[in-house]
Design a protein around this ligand. Sequence first.
Ligand code: OAA
Ligand code: MG
Length: 642
Amino acid sequence: MASSARSADSSDVFTPRSTSPSPLTDFNPMSSVDVLAIEEAMKLASLDQHRGYAQDHYTEVKQDHDTEYLKESEASAYQVLREPLWNKGLSFTPEQRVAKNLTGLLPHAMESLETQCARAMKMIHSRQTGIDKYLYLSSVKAQNVDLFYRLLMDNIRDLMPLVYTPTIGDVCLQYSTLYTRPEALYISIKQRKSIRTMLRNWPCPNPEICVVTDGSRILGLGDLGINGVGISIGKLALYTAAAGIHPAKTLPIVLDTGTNNETNLKDPFYLGLRQKRVSYAEQQAFMDEFMEAVKEVYPNMVIQFEDFDSEKAFNYLDRYRNNYRAFNDDVQGTGAVVLAGYINAVNLSSVPLEEQRLVFMGAGSAGVGVAKQLVEYYTRRGLTEAEARDKFFLVDTKGLVTMDRGDKLAEHKKYFARVDNAGHQFRTLEEVIEYVKPSALVGLAATFGIFTESVIRALKASVDAGGLGRRPILFPLSNPLTKAECTFEQAVQWTDGSVVFASGSPFNSFTLKVGGDAGDITYHPNQGNNVYVFPGLGLGAILSKATRVTDDMVYTSAAALAGSLNAEEVHQGLIYPKIDRVRDASIIVAREVMKAARRDGVSELPESLWIEWEEWGDVALTNYIKQRVYNPTSFSEAKGRL
Ligand SMILES: O=C([O-])CC(=O)C(=O)O
Ligand SMILES: [Mg+2]
């Protein structure tokens, strides 16, 4: 570990502001003094733009020597305190303080992680906006990794919305302005000849999982260029918090091939290449080079593709899935998580599986990925592929996706394009609902409020017509909250409380004031987010040493998640485990994914282990997983696995 590469940033001092956040982004408004300072900074940044980049040519970088990793056991004094993976803050014991020359470098008090967490929570509560809270958390992570993860694991319900959707969406929009320190590998196409060198420069040896994006479709926010790196960082924080992958084994990566985002291109603080995206063919060639380099430098690393625009998402998945340990989170992770929720939702809806008809608003990577995962479920339940596909009606900005609509359909939409529309085209969602009479409506369109009152009431009416006690399934799944197709409150109000609901980003519970003797009724939403799948899927792929991620591993992750609810959750009518139980769920998902890898013949684990587990059953395999997960505790000896 090169400790200098990971030193804490002492400039991270944040002052709470009293002004209230704006509804769409909670970035702080500036005072007039700030504005003058900002104008000055913008002028300087504009000058820098003309100076260009550290490396503005395509030649290979030659380094004199490779990174050397300092051993934790050899580090002392500030080398220890300034390395966030080694720093235990106030938890260092008297013996450790002596052994590592820390006496006097820390306040005299010794504290458990729990006390340090309580202090941090107090600080988080004192921050006014989501971004300020995020920045505080990020500074904790920059100084003491154990403390950050203990905090996140023990307060996942409160803190996940900060390090992940929705706040991470705001953070990505502002990433270049908020930037204080590097946290990822930033690989621009101008450095394409040096990809191996850059991978080797990563300060922690042998990462096991990377999340890579090119920023071309970040959540529902579109092309954010290099600013999309926040999503790789956030997803990996959840790999650790939800699945216990050691933080030193995670690698966030952003590939910079330019951006078509005009706001970024004009922003003097923007940190990515200040140019339009290179051609599709060039992006693909660059991706090929990247994948080859990864295979050479980190052959065992599992690769999660994240938030590539739809065309690339499908193309890269097809291109690399057979020769790399790779999967796409938006196509497969979202597909699996929605399938899990759907399996449980169908039970609650009282509309039999065979009678279900589904309308999807959105036909991008997630829309098509989810629909395909559900088709697989139906075929495994005995329907032919044609019968299964017939249940799905995909809608995009031009209306119902049909073969004879008259526009050029993107390749990935063709599978679901209808041919039974007898020449009629249905241009609006209302028209489609009127025509299809669906039992379920799924939103992956990244359009806030597109599930209007009339849409939701029409969905309910079509379900009610099928018989008493039936409940509509409504999944507005787009992220972050500013892109949600409807709110939880609207869904409850416009279905008179009958909705079976899941959203991509978290909503609060909603209490309907009934009045009279009936009393108030509180409804609890579900969060149908791929965070319930990717950590366990990735962990399962790593621990089984899977040579690739098979369809059956993905399908199995969904089935395992659907079955992971405890009695209380089932009793409460939930369709996903509560978010506080995401870690339990991830272990179950990982275990079943490992077994699927073995069934598919892609696990490189020694045969003797599998024989042992077959004998002892799930308990032994679960123990094997639990022994390998990261779980920071007070005064623990080994901090890392370096
Ligand atoms: O990041 C999330 O919350 C879910 C996801 O993959 C996306 O919206 O692209
Ligand atoms: Mg995503």
